[in-house]
Design a protein around this ligand. Structure first.
Ligand SMILES: C[S@@+](CC[C@H](N)C(=O)[O-])C[C@H]1O[C@@H](n2cnc3c(N)ncnc32)[C@H](O)[C@@H]1O
Length: 301
């Protein structure tokens, strides 16, 4: 085994051991929230049980996101009052690793879950989509991250709550414009700029005020930047940008500062296993330009 392979295996082992040892503590802290709506009857034992089920499911179903991230999403769903309207939407499900866990919470709180995906992997690159172009230059071909509809449905039937789910197959640019109904929480994990754009343009207007939009690509700052772009939000939605909690690092899920594999991963500084999100109705807008006031004052005077 060459040096690089050995380092990679070691990193994998240390990461798995670290993840395993910190999991019980993480479940305890991630499921702690005084804001959980009492109507859902989420006692401590039920919260802990949910956390362990997520952990177990993450080992059973291939997933691009961690059970810790799923738990952060679940807790926000449990904080949304039952009277708030809206379905839960997932865009980009791959094999259904996050869908199984999120569907379980949807069942608990009585909400529908709508899953959008091509069910044939990532689309061919659109011109100007730097991420897509880079991905394909690396030798990937359209179809990576492909899970078939049957595979995803089978995983949800086995480990999630199939009866609350509906499946919307096709490219986002064709499917999402036909979305109907309010959205109280949306989880976006779609990799490419063009895919994120299609989803935002067509689904953001359906998100209710105070609703959550979660994003997986939190480490990729240029990608996250759309949530801070005054031009983008003004151009398409005539509003200020919503910002993104966790941009660059992800929200704290007990891994970021403690992950020991950092020593073995020179290209990836940390493995935070996390997620980022914004809330519709909150704005991240810089509005302090003292020199402009001085200039205006001078012009008036
Ligand atoms: C990284 S995977 C999602 C991983 C998943 N969230 C999980 O936790 O395992 C990205 C997914 O987005 C889907 N996708 C990306 N762009 C798409 C598009 N324009 N239309 C339909 N599906 C798309 C791919 O098919 C793939 O399933």
């Amino acid at each position: 085994m060459n040096n690089n392979k050995l380092k990679k295996s070691l990193a994998k082992f240390v990461r798995a051991t670290h993840g395993f040892l910190t999991a019980p503590m993480a479940i305890f802290f991630l499921t702690y929230s005084p804001k959980v709506h009492p109507g859902y009857g989420m006692t401590w034992p039920r919260r802990i049980a949910l956390g362990f089920r997520f952990w177990l499911n993450n080992a059973r179903v291939t997933s691009g996101t961690s059970w810790r991230a799923h738990l952060v999403i679940a807790m926000k769903l449990l904080e949304i009052p039952p009277e708030t309207p809206g379905d839960v939407v997932e865009c980009g499900c791959w094999k259904g690793g996050a869908s199984v866990n999120i569907s379980l919470v949807c069942k608990l709180i009585g909400r529908r879950m709508k899953i959008y995906d091509s069910f044939e992997g990532l689309p061919p690159p659109v011109e100007g989509d730097v991420i897509a172009e880079k991905t394909f230059k690396k030798g990937f071909i359209p179809g990576i991250f492909g899970g078939t509809l049957e595979e995803v449905q089978d995983n949800i039937r086995r480990y999630g709550a199939y009866d609350v789910c509906s499946f919307h197959q096709g490219w986002f640019e064709n499917t999402t414009p036909h979305h109907e109904g309010d959205i109280c929480l949306m989880f976006i994990d779609v990799d490419f700029y063009s895919s994120l754009h299609d989803v935002l343009i067509n689904l953001w207007p359906h998100v209710v005020d105070g609703g959550f939009v979660f994003l997986d690509e939190y480490l990729n700052l240029p990608y996250c930047a759309v949530f801070y772009s005054e031009k983008y939000w003004d151009k398409y939605f005539k509003c200020a940008p919503p910002g993104l909690v966790g941009a660059g690092t992800g929200v704290q899920v007990g891994m970021h500062y403690t992950d020991p594999t950092i020593r073995f991963q020179p290209t990836q500084m940390q493995g935070p296993d996390s997620i980022s999100y914004c809330i519709k109705g909150q704005y991240a807008l810089w509005d302090f330009y003292p020199d402009e006031k001085e200039e205006a004052g001078a012009a008036e005077g």
